[in-house]
Write a new protein. Structure first.
Length: 171
């Protein structure tokens, strides 16, 4: 697999990671498609192994959370859509799925999903590195150019904005 195709695949997987209840999660339907099994089969396997999936590994979305996600990812909510609220799996829940679904494809998909979670975990570190570089650049420029200083201040302000509570789902 070429590097370009692999990166494109990772980006596609990253789009399946959503933020719900301040946690990065993947939905049962997306995981079922990735593992090549119907969502119903995935959920049945999880229910048969319920002791492996405590509340911090997996939870069911509320009506409001499902509606917000549905509007963001444009899924069907009419006839032929889901009858039940989807399950959301945290990183630990996705890792546990590999012990429940034991196919070669499940192992390969699970490895790629773990890479995505690791990549997403590095994002705040990357932001901190950008802030440090901005500080160094600003020191080099000094305070002679007020316009450039204003740009640096605006960038810091944008990066420091807290995420909106309760409304943010996704990236």
């Amino acid at each position: 697999m070429t590097t370009r195709r692999r990166v494109a695949g990772l980006d596609r997987l990253a789009q399946m990671v959503h933020v719900v209840r301040t946690q990065r999660v993947m939905l049962d339907g997306d995981l079922g498609r990735l593992y090549g099994v119907p969502t119903k089969v995935l959920v049945q396997a999880v229910k048969r192994n319920a002791e492996r999936f405590p509340a911090d590994f997996m939870f069911r979305l509320t009506e409001a959370e499902a509606a917000r996600l549905r509007s963001q990812i444009v899924t069907s909510n009419t006839r032929g859509g889901r009858r039940y609220l989807p399950y959301a799996f945290t990183e630990q829940g996705v890792a546990m799925l590999s012990s429940v679904l034991r196919s070669l494809r499940a192992i390969q998909v699970n490895i790629e999903i773990m890479r995505i979670f690791v990549r997403l975990r590095r994002l705040p570190t990357t932001q901190a590195a950008v802030v440090q570089r901005l500080d160094r650049l600003e020191q080099k420029l000094g305070r002679h150019d007020q316009e450039i200083a204003a740009v640096f201040d605006a960038m810091r302000l944008l990066m420091a904005l807290p995420p909106s509570a309760g409304k943010r789902i996704g990236f």
